[in-house]
Design a protein around this ligand. Structure first.
Ligand SMILES: [Zn+2]
Length: 357
């Protein structure tokens, strides 16, 4: 791939570089490693391949929602998206974004490897906090349904619109059969890995959504019996997000026992069907396509992260390894290193910088 750096920008080759400002390369920008920051770089590349998110920042729409007192992280993220999509570099440094997020979470300033999933959750939370708007919602009636416990004030942001899903847990007392529902919001679904050597993503999903028993220490206090009882619990998706992120629980840590599961997990590139896990009423767009993967190589404390992302403009897949970018065949996307999987139920269009001009 022929790219160019700012150093090569001298007055005599300005015309030449102008020709090379090829939109095909927009969004294909490497990220410098600042000392074990590959976990950060891999997550940022995946977020940078979500065009509705990128467009929200490139178009400046985020400014109207920005909480001025709490907007540093979102502003630094917007600058980074701009550099990665519209800048002139092969590779940029995420240093400013790292410093700003490091003020809230000092652990991300350390030069040690961190968990990409934890970093992702903090970034999404911080963007939501900076960009949220509150709105009142009418009560949904008084019958004993799953929706009763919905809050009357909801907070929405670009993050909730793209990533937020709702799980509904049905809990049944095995003594008196009284059933209650509990709602939970999620942005990342952490899936157990049921087999040692190989399994499919669907088997991980089956395992997550299967009925479970709450016994011994996990018993519930039944409101009807008034005592602790065994219970059956089962989760369903009450609201499926447009972008669903799966975290494959490869890191098995129990006290001092630590192990990484290297199970080969087969995940579909297209037509991942979530309808078996979604409430029948809410199965609107249950088919999902893969658009990004965070990979983790090596052991728990060290190791290395990379990302595979589908490029919105060319529709090709690229391997992002810090500052290095290379095209990758679809057939090479399936590896036992996959750690986070990003799926969407809508196809992405090319992000537009500014619609008003
Ligand atoms: Zn009971």
């Amino acid at each position: 791939m022929k790219r160019w750096s700012k150093d090569a920008l001298s007055s005599e080759n300005l015309n030449e570089t102008h020709e090379e400002t090829n939109p095909q390369y927009q969004g294909l920008t490497g990220l410098r490693n600042l000392g074990n920051t590959c976990y950060m770089n891999a997550v940022i590349q995946c977020l940078c391949s979500i065009s509705p998110l990128v467009e929200y920042f490139l178009s400046g729409k985020y400014i109207t929602s920005l909480d001025k007192d709490n907007g540093e992280i979102a502003t630094a993220f917007a600058y980074l998206m701009n550099e990665m999509w519209l800048g002139d570099f092969d590779c940029v440094s995420p240093e400013v974004f790292r410093l700003v997020i490091g003020e809230q979470y000092p652990t991300f300033l350390k030069k040690t490897q961190q968990d990409a999933q934890e970093f992702l959750i903090h970034v999404l939370n911080e963007l939501h906090e900076a960009l949220k708007k509150s709105s009142k919602r009418r009560n949904q009636g008084t019958t004993s349904t799953a929706w009763e416990s919905r809050p009357s004030v909801t907070e929405s942001s670009i993050i909730t619109r793209l990533f937020e899903g709702h799980l509904s847990y049905y809990v049944m007392c095995l003594e008196c059969q009284t059933t209650t529902y509990k709602n939970e919001i999620f942005t990342v679904l952490s899936l157990p890995i049921p087999y040692e050597t190989e399994c499919s993503l669907e088997e991980c999903l089956e395992c997550f959504f299967q009925q479970d028993m709450l016994t011994w220490n996990n018993q519930i206090t039944c409101s009807s019996c008034g005592t602790k009882q065994d219970a059956a619990v089962k989760a369903s998706i009450a609201k499926a997000p447009k972008t669903v992120i799966f975290h494959l629980k490869r890191f098995d840590c129990q006290g001092s026992y630590k192990k990484k599961l290297t199970t080969d997990i087969y995940y579909p590139l297209n037509n991942l069907d979530l309808s078996p896990y979604i409430y029948p009423l809410f199965r609107k767009n249950p088919k999902y396509s893969l658009f990004a993967v965070v990979n983790h190589f090596g052991d728990l404390d060290g190791g290395h992260y990379t990302a595979f992302c589908k490029h919105t403009i060319s529709q090709n897949w690229y391997n992002f390894d810090d500052s290095r970018i290379s095209e990758i065949a679809e057939s090479a996307l399936q590896t036992p290193d996959a750690y986070l999987l990003f799926y969407s139920n809508q196809s992405f269009s090319v992000p537009v910088k500014n619609q008003s001009c």
